[in-house]
Design a protein around this ligand. Structure first.
Ligand code: GCU
Length: 610
């Protein structure tokens, strides 16, 4: 290796290391810190050969040494002698936030690299404090540059990340360039195979955040399970030992003061304020919360409630609750593509509310932040999940670190949301020693980051060789969770609906049971008898028999049938019926309700009266 190459390797290593360790949790409560949004039209260059990153003509690409003419420099031709084979200013544009698949038919199935570029003005002279570049998410791997300088890399398609840019920003015009690659990989999280569309791109908000030099970087409040005290913790970047931090709930006339330790951290508790109404689906009461330190103030609107289990019951604010749920993918089928805004959240959660739900499973990955904020307002409890889905590389240390990072970023983002009651570690993962060890590590992280919520996962069950109508739920991972959840498809993948009438269950743990999936495919508007696959009648009959069967399960405490609305999946190829859609929705991709929607609505109406 020649000297220049070794030197550039070393320098690149330094830059990317700094970028890689750019903490993804510099600033919490980001919508309270927005200096300017970078949402809107971004110029893009589709780059399947990664020409913009490596300008080598010959194999094998040495991916450790970036090109000298990389697109990230955002160059324009300086004079007629220069050959430049890219020009963002003249390139097409895509909307950010937004996946590329649903914005351009040529990118519908695209899996590869796309370069995004946005220029924006910044008045350095008028700015005070510190600036951070925040991404709500980008699927799947994002390399971020500001004014040609690499800020870092983020891996994971559904969690927020940030880079401090205080010193990298220029007075006047700035150029941010992001290379996003959504290629699926065996050791990624999720792995190669999923039953959802691999939407690529900068799929969520991009914000320039601003804070004072010393600011409240993160805070967390939760009502203790005794419902008499509120625990509080915070981290104040740049604070000194003894600096004061105050928490105010103005509507309740409460102000509490705490002192930072030598690391700028505070933790403590205070009595539940007189007159505080606890948050619940029936009374989704939110309170203004102000956290202040060293002249900085950050505000949020929060609900206060408790969630716990007692034997086979789930208790919300100390009272048994039945979780009338539905599963939801992060997709707006009417517009197409990834759901990404409060309006999209209101559409999806509005449909859930109409169904009679007090609960929703946000499958199979962290949804955008507005889902939990809208659920807080609407009074819908949530199950949130990381995409540890199917055949993950359980023995791979990098895969585990990736999953732990995604889970951490989800919890740090949403742990102040009263709607969130369940953190789910996984979905349908084949039982093995390595798999259960991997998932146990995630549980330990969760308990440490947020002991106030319940832990679960969609687990496995089995049946004796000589009796496939007797189902045994004793997944070893169940010993570590608070709720026992599993997906069952009796009557669709497992026999015909009549089997539901004769199946029996053996539940191996004295824990509440929440059925995380059941369902059947139906094309909205397709009719036939109750044994015609993909007819609305088949789906409706299966729902009626399933809810009856589930009532026979000891400790049944809820369910999240699969699924609210049809969603895109490359696995669903039946022409004129699926056409690339998973048709298990209770609502079609046209927004029309199917017969089964009303079967479940009726059942939930009765459950709500119990
Ligand atoms: C599985 C899986 C879902 C999938 C569903 C189906 O249970 O968890 O992601 O979409 O089955 O087959 O429709």
């Amino acid at each position: 290796m020649n000297f220049m190459k070794a030197l550039s390797l070393f320098l690149f290593g330094l830059v990317s290391a700094a970028g890689l360790f750019g903490r993804s949790d510099n600033v919490a409560n980001v919508y309270d810190r927005v200096a300017q949004t970078l949402n809107g039209k971004w110029h893009v260059i589709v780059d399947p050969y990664e020409n913009g990153y490596y300008n080598y003509r010959y194999e094998p690409f040495d991916k450790s040494v970036p090109a000298t003419g990389g697109y990230f420099l955002d160059r324009t031709q300086k004079d007629r002698s220069e050959l430049l084979e890219y020009d963002f200013e003249k390139s097409p544009t895509l909307d950010v936030p937004g996946d590329w698949n649903s914005q351009d038919d040529k990118l519908f199935y695209y899996e590869g690299s796309v370069w995004y570029r946005k220029t924006f003005d910044f008045a350095k002279g008028e700015s005070v404090g510190r600036q951070f570049l925040h991404f709500g998410a980008a699927n799947y791997e994002a390399h971020v540059y500001l004014n040609g300088q690499k800020l870092g890399v983020h891996v994971g398609g559904f969690t927020p990340f940030q880079f401090e840019v205080t010193d990298a920003l220029r007075d006047g015009k700035n150029s941010v360039v992001v290379m996003v690659n959504n290629e699926r990989e065996k050791d990624a999280v999720p792995t190669l195979n999923t039953d959802w569309w691999n939407y690529g791109g900068i799929t969520r908000d991009v914000l320039l955040l601003e804070t004072p030099d010393v600011f409240v970087s993160d805070f967390y409040l939760s009502l203790d399970r005794g419902r008499d005290r509120i625990s509080f913790s915070a981290f104040v970047e740049g604070a000194n030992k003894g600096d004061a931090v105050s928490v105010r709930l103005p509507e309740l006339g409460v102000e509490k003061r705490f002192a930072c330790d030598e690391e700028g951290r505070v933790s403590g508790s205070f009595a539940r304020p007189e007159g505080m109404v606890l948050w619940s689906p029936e009374t989704p009461r939110l309170y203004e919360v102000e956290v202040a330190a060293a002249g900085d103030v950050t505000r949020d609107r929060m609900g206060f409630r408790t969630i716990e289990t007692r034997g086979r019951e789930i208790l919300l604010n100390g009272e048994p609750v039945f979780l009338r749920g539905i599963s939801i993918h992060e997709e707006n089928p009417l517009r197409g593509g990834r759901a990404r805004s409060a309006e999209d959240s209101r559409l999806l959660l509005g449909w859930a509310k109409e169904l009679g739900c007090n609960f929703a499973r946000l499958a199979h990955y962290p949804h955008n932040e507005s889902m939990a904020r809208v659920a807080d307002e609407m009074g819908i409890l949530l199950w949130e999940e990381v995409p540890v889905y199917w055949t993950i590389s359980w023995e791979n240390a990098e895969t585990l670190a990736n999953a732990r990072g995604q889970l951490r970023d989800l919890i740090l983002r949403d742990r102040n949301r009263s709607s969130v009651i369940v953190w789910s570690m996984a979905n349908e993962t084949p039982v093995s020693e390595a798999r259960t060890r991997f998932l146990k590590r995630l549980v330990d992280d969760t308990r440490e980051l947020d002991p106030s919520r319940l832990v679960s996962a969609a687990m496995e069950f089995h049946n004796p060789a000589d009796n496939d109508a007797h189902k045994i739920v004793d997944d070893p991972f169940g010993q570590y969770t608070d709720i026992l959840s599993f997906n069952q498809y009796i009557g669709w993948y497992d026999g015909l609906p009549e089997k539901l009438d004769r199946v029996t269950w053996e539940i191996g743990y004295e824990k509440p049971v929440v059925i995380s999936e059941f369902g059947a495919g139906a094309l909205q508007g397709m009719h036939g008898d109750a044994l015609t696959r993909f007819s609305e009648e088949y789906q409706a009959d299966l729902y009626a028999r399933t809810v009856e069967m589930l009532e026979r399960i000891p400790g049944l405490s809820g369910m999240t049938p699969w699924i609210l609305v049809d969603f895109r999946s490359p696995r669903r190829s039946l022409a004129f019926v699926q056409d690339g859609w998973n048709r298990k929705g209770l609502i079609g991709d046209n927004g029309e309700r199917k017969q089964a929607f009303f079967v479940l609505q009726q059942y939930y109406e009765e459950k709500a009266k119990e």
